[in-house]
Design a protein around this ligand. Structure first.
Ligand SMILES: Nc1ncnc2c1ncn2[C@@H]1O[C@H](COP(=O)(O)OP(=O)(O)O)[C@@H](O)[C@H]1O
Ligand SMILES: [Mg+2]
Length: 363
């Protein structure tokens, strides 16, 4: 079994790749920045990498929100052929708190009451109606950097004016009161449909943000079964097999976001658990499951007829009106890009032959 970890080369990605060598026969690490997409027959190519990406059994794509388009495109092209733990649409949902929260709300997962409006006039009228304090956050913020706390209507108004001046969209969200003295949240790592590690993060001083990057401190925590279930459900709702789910436990628990490329160093330190190994194991188990499923797909009877033609039964696949034939047909027939082909068709039958100009000239 062959795994490829595509990433920006961060420590956690390297750690997962290292642990994965205990399970997979071969593990490659590819830089996200080395991947190029050429929208012709070449498709995706990788600098300094021989072989095709679709020859891997599993590809784990990590990286920051700056690379969403590339990550999503890569996954869109390969996720039906290779096991990929993050589905194409998840790159958008996981990196956008508005779309991610909407998806979770639609799938029955509790989230903080949140508002999103199209203009400052509407926002300001809303600010006259909500209870304070409120959280104002940037949909694509990370590491706590886009999260602001407004304890009154006047501070919320000035924050919104500043955000509008930068043409920055924002979410106005109910403030969830958590810890007794300092704010805290739960960071839960889900891998392969189960929780493999969890910590409580407690904010430093008066900051409402408990992120480790905002100088929060972590400690190991035993999760309630309903919070465990909620975390697994949230990852599934977004379309990811490996994720970090952030949860606030106020009067009830609510999910604030699902992270696609969580750092593992902090949580491994605070829990004392080798979570990178659990993530690697989940990748392996899921890749094996994916491969078995793919191989058990009816590969239809192959026979050769009296003229030496191989005959197989396949299901037709038509995309935007174009008939797509599987790779084994391209390989078996030996056509290469740019070949002149003669296409003969009538209702219910199609024949494609290579056009041999030299032979015709000799004739
Ligand atoms: N609605 C909220 N109520 C209270 N605290 C919040 C709320 N939203 C976020 N926080 C605090 O801010 C931190 C960062 O918020 P989050 O939405 O996870 O953004 P980021 O992607 O920057 O981590 C959370 O871990 C939590 O401590
Ligand atoms: Mg967070």
């Amino acid at each position: 079994m062959k795994l490829c970890v595509v990433s920006l080369g961060g420590e956690s990605s390297k750690l997962i790749a290292k642990e994965a060598r205990n399970f997979f026969d071969d593990v490659s690490e590819i830089g996200l920045k080395n991947i190029e997409l050429c929208l012709d027959d070449k498709g995706f190519t990788v600098k300094d990498h021989e072989g095709e990406l679709e020859d891997f059994d599993a590809i784990y794509v990590r990286g920051s929100h700056r690379y969403i388009l590339l990550q999503r495109a890569l996954t869109r092209a390969l996720y039906k052929k290779v096991y990929m733990p993050i589905k194409p649409n998840a790159f958008t949902l996981g990196h956008n708190k508005l779309l991610g929260s909407l998806e979770m709300q639609q799938k029955g997962i509790s989230i903080p009451t949140s508002f999103f409006v199209s203009n400052s006039k509407q926002a300001k009228s809303l600010l006259g109606e909500v209870n304070y304090p409120v959280i104002i956050k940037i949909p694509e913020g990370t590491q706590g950097k886009g999260v602001m706390f407004a304890d009154s209507e006047s501070s919320a108004r000035s924050m919104i004016d500043a955000l509008e001046a930068f043409k920055q969209p924002y979410i106005i969200q109910e403030y969830i009161e958590t810890g007794e003295v300092k704010s805290e949240d739960l960071r839960v790592i889900v891998a392969g449909g189960k929780v493999v590690g969890a910590m409580k993060r407690i904010s430093h001083s008066a900051d409402v943000r408990a992120n480790i990057h905002a100088s929060g401190k972590g400690e190991s925590v035993q999760l309630d079964p309903d919070v465990e279930k909620m975390s697994v459900k949230a990852a599934r709702a977004i379309g990811v097999d490996i994720a970090a789910v952030d949860i606030l436990k106020g009067r009830k628990a609510s999910v604030i976001e699902v992270n696609l490329s969580p750092g593992l160093k902090g949580i491994m330190k605070y829990t004392g658990k080798n979570i990178a190994r659990d993530v690697a194991k989940a990748l392996y188990d899921k890749a094996v499951e994916f491969k078995k499923k793919k191989e058990s797909e009816p590969v239809k009877t192959k026979v050769s007829d009296e003229n030496g033609f191989d005959e197989q039964y396949i299901e037709s696949h038509i995309e935007r009106g174009s008939l797509c034939l599987p790779r084994f047909i391209t390989k078996g027939v030996g056509f290469v890009n740019g070949d002149d082909l003669v296409v003969k068709l009538k209702k219910g039958e199609l024949r494609i032959t290579k056009h041999n100009i030299r032979k015709e000239e000799e004739d």
